[in-house]
Design a protein around this ligand. Structure first.
Ligand SMILES: O=C(O)CCC(=O)N[C@@H](CCC(=O)O)C(=O)O
Ligand SMILES: [Zn+2]
Length: 328
């Protein structure tokens, strides 16, 4: 049943059997694309884990990765030892293979949200699912990995975005991520209303957006490159202590500026296929916008992440970051 859950969710089929047994516990289907796994017994290092994918519909590798973890339950190669909320975010955009349908779901995760439409409705449903899940497992440390892939190549193909919030990231997180072959970390400098930010800001969870390579259609992903990340997910699901590696093997960056698309005239002054983390020296003209004028790199070199001139008006068109020391 679990192995088929992703397919059934994408078909829009609500299974008649919404609860049942898995190795080490049971599953509950709360709504399309929202599945909770409840263990009979907690593992020695159990966290309450939210694992989400498909917040952007064209980012398929994380969906395949979660699918292979679920399939391992069926094969009894994995035993549940922690409560896990598995989420497929934007079902209609996954069906269409598009980033979003009407608006970017990953900018809507705030409790004051008053917009109407498919994505705002889904954001409210997902926020409520996360609230209920963390309330049901309040005795456990909270964790949320929101799994994505990036539009373009990257100097660091696998990296995480650490959302901005008052809660600090526990040092062990860096060691788990390093062992999972994450190559870089980008600290956000302000609130961003993404899904991982929601769990960190409102629930004080250890939370990240994980970028796991490039966005490709189903069946074209290199899951071998994600095997260490698959092992980290399986350790979390089993409630085991994950493998560790020195945090210093990752490169750390902090966002210094955010380029916003303020008008129709906005354009980036570098090639569309410029890889993430490409560094531009002082004096480089990075963007032009009739409304706010040009953006020119001042005295410190800046690395560009997620450049996209075609975002909605008022939305983020790129993050500009500087290299920083690894946390102690
Ligand atoms: O490759 C891109 O340009 C976008 C990839 C992506 O979807 N990234 C996330 C990052 C979220 C964050 O800032 O934590 C997004 O833009 O939503
Ligand atoms: Zn994404």
């Amino acid at each position: 049943m679990l192995a088929e859950w992703i397919e059934l969710s994408l078909e829009g089929t609500v299974p008649t059997k919404r609860t049942g047994c898995v190795a080490g516990g049971r599953f509950l289907i709360h709504a399309p694309g929202i599945l909770e796994l409840v263990p009979d017994t907690l593992g020695s290092d159990a966290h309450a884990c939210v694992l989400s994918a498909g917040i952007h519909g064209n980012e398929t590798a994380p969906i395949e990765l979660l699918g292979s973890c679920l399939a391992r339950f069926e094969a009894r190669l994995l035993t549940l030892g922690a409560p896990v909320l598995v989420i497929l975010g934007n079902l209609e955009s996954i069906r269409r293979g598009e980033r979003y349908v009407e608006t970017n779901l990953n900018r809507l995760f705030r409790r004051e949200l008053d917009e109407e439409g498919m994505e705002p409705e889904r954001a409210r449903e997902l926020m409520s699912a996360v609230d209920g899940f963390f309330a049901r497992h309040a005795q456990l440390p909270r964790l949320h990995y929101d799994l994505h892939t990036a539009i373009r190549d990257s100097r660091y193909p696998r990296f995480v975005v650490e959302p901005y919030a008052e809660t600090t990231t526990r040092p062990e997180q860096w060691t788990w991520l390093a062992a999972a072959n994450i190559q870089a970390v980008l600290h956000q400098h302000r609130h961003s209303w993404t899904f991982s930010h929601y769990s960190k800001h409102y629930h004080h969870a250890q939370a990240f957006t994980l970028e796991l390579g490039r966005a490709l259609p189903f069946g074209h992903n290199d899951l071998a490159a994600l095997a260490p990340m698959g092992r980290l997910l399986e350790d979390l699901i089993a409630g085991r202590k994950p493998a560790r590696a020195p945090a210093t093997q990752m490169a750390f960056f902090r966002v210094a500026h955010e380029l916003m698309r303020e008008s129709e005239s906005f354009r980036l002054c570098f090639a569309d296929d410029t890889p993430n983390f490409t560094e531009f020296p002082p004096g480089t003209r990075l963007a032009e916008d009739d409304k706010v004028g040009p953006f020119i790199v001042d005295e410190n070199a800046l690395s560009v992440v997620f450049p996209n001139a075609h975002v909605e008006l008022g939305a983020r068109a790129a993050l500009l970051a500087t290299r920083v020391e690894p946390p102690n």
